[in-house]
Design a protein around this ligand. Sequence first.
Ligand SMILES: *[C@@H]1O[C@H](CO)[C@@H](O)[C@H](O)[C@H]1NC(C)=O
Length: 66
Amino acid sequence: MQKSCQVLATQFGLVLAFNTQMHSLDVEISASYFEALCGMFGSCNNNASDDFMLPSGDMVIKVVNL
Ligand SMILES: *[C@@H]1O[C@H](CO)[C@@H](O)[C@H](O)[C@H]1NC(C)=O
């Protein structure tokens, strides 16, 4: 069976899992970062409505798939 998942796990609680067949990337972060993040993966506060917030506090109005 062909291996389809590449996993990178860091000592600071970040896990990246790239599925080479689905071309998807799963990102997991330790719960110790709760409400301490920002950027395109969200603020890690269980509130998806404030994900994609810019450093200015404004929300991104359009996300373009590449
Ligand atoms: C979620 O985030 C939005 C935008 O910041 C805010 O208006 C809303 O009150 C938040 N919801 C909860 C349940 O905290």
